[in-house]
Design a protein around this ligand. Structure first.
Ligand code: SAM
Ligand code: MD0
Ligand code: SF4
Length: 363
């Protein structure tokens, strides 16, 4: 059903007043496709971003430290049964060097991400200690906050990672339809993955929750995801468009393009005005940055140092060795869009306030 301009206007007005949007209102926002109406949604998202973050955007350096994985997620290039994908496991000194390069280039955080590599996750305490050691050394070397994206790990490991100085635990549910989850994340447990995020919060870590779109979800599924993210009280929330991967069961699926991701990003900003919301370079590369910023994102993720044999996830090579996933290329794009990089102190103080419950504590 076509949304009338006046009903949309009313929803956007309520969003600006930071009233809790109803199911019907969220479904309306998911359903709009008219260009002018979308522009109204994006404008509202930018106004809310401006309210909490001004013109300041944070930059995340990405180190995909191991592409080995024990899982077989249907959407992922690095699923264990994909013989096409490039496998590597970076040594400690390679990881430190990549992190140091990223720090030097001005990022605000280092995201240490990996497949569920058995060398780290199936070797008992020894593997976890090695991972915690990496976190400790990356922090010491760069002086920056660290995010860790290791997949599902036991609570004791979350505690070890927190003690080693990790600030963030990222683990994306992809969908909050348990049925769709089980189709996508083969042989993994929906409840366990979700619960690990609650456990991470218990350990004092900030958490990032994320969705995939264009992967078979309905608008109702998306609505359930948005509510689940509110319930989880996630500190950073994201959505990424599914990119079909060579050598996987979903290789032949026609990608939807990123319009949906951008629309959902703006809806995330309406529901989470004071949270961090990424615009990832990992979906459409540098060219995809302006529309994501225009939709209210306030973090640029997947900044990758060139020439070190490091991969992306959804786009394993796009823009990396062309150096276009670097701060040097991102900063002018921010400027062209009336934005600028935030300060390191500003980022640290956001994290500290959020840990103390001083940002968005009512949610
Ligand atoms: N292995 C860990 C895990 O699964 O939690 C951490 C890294 S995982 C590779 C990071 C995320 O990348 C996934 O949760 C998923 O949201 C996203 N991703 C993976 N394959 C993708 C694809 N083909 N298109 C878009 N996003 C993808
Ligand atoms: C990104 N390539 O931000 C990274 C990755 C994992 N924490 C993040 C998906 O797009
Ligand atoms: Fe492994 Fe993560 Fe890819 Fe799943 S999404 S196959 S857990 S790297």
């Amino acid at each position: 059903m076509q949304t009338t301009d006046s009903s949309l206007k009313n929803i956007l007005k309520r969003a600006l007043q930071e009233q809790e949007l109803t199911r019907e209102e969220i479904m309306t926002l998911l359903g709009i496709s008219d260009q002018e109406q979308l522009q109204g949604l994006f404008q509202t998202a930018r106004t809310l971003r401006q309210r909490y973050f001004g013109q300041e955007i944070f930059l995340y350096g990405f180190v995909y430290l191991s592409t080995y994985c024990r899982n077989d997620c249907r959407f992922c290039y690095y699923r264990r049964s994909n013989i096409n994908s490039l496998r590597y496991r970076k040594t400690e000194s390679e990881v430190l060097e990549a992190a140091a390069d990223l720090a030097e280039s001005g990022v605000h955080l280092i995201d240490l991400t990996m497949g569920e590599d058995p060398e780290y996750l199936d070797r008992g305490q020894e593997g976890i200690d090695r991972l915690a050691g990496l976190v400790r050394k990356v922090k010491a070397r760069t002086g920056l906050p660290v995010m860790i994206s290791p997949g599902v790990v036991p609570e004791s490991a979350l505690q070890d990672l927190a003690r080693a100085g990790a600030d963030w635990y990222a683990c994306y549910q992809e969908t909050h339809s348990a049925l769709l989850f089980e189709e996508l994340r083969i042989n993994q447990r929906y409840a366990e993955r979700l619960d690990t995020k609650y456990r991470a919060h218990d350990q004092g870590l900030l958490i990032e929750e994320g969705l995939l779109c264009g992967i078979g979800e309905t608008d109702q599924d998306l609505f359930l995801s948005l509510r689940a993210m509110q319930e989880l009280n996630a500190d950073q929330v994201r959505v990424m468009n599914f990119i079909p991967q060579k050598g996987t069961p979903l290789e032949g699926v026609a990608g939807l393009g990123s319009k949906r991701e951008i629309q959902i990003t703006a809806i995330l900003r309406l529901l989470f005005p004071d949270r961090l919301i990424p615009a990832s370079l990992d979906v459409d590369g540098l060219d995809g940055l302006p529309p994501r910023l225009a939709a209210g994102a306030n973090v640029v993720t997947s900044i990758i140092p060139p020439g070190q044999g490091l991969a992306g996830v959804a786009q394993s090579t796009l823009d990396i060795d062309e150096s276009r996933r670097t701060t040097a290329w991102v900063l002018p794009v921010l400027e062209e869009n009336g934005l600028q990089a935030g300060s390191r102190d500003g980022y640290r103080s956001w994290i500290e306030k959020r840990v103390q419950g001083l940002v968005g504590s009512e949610n």
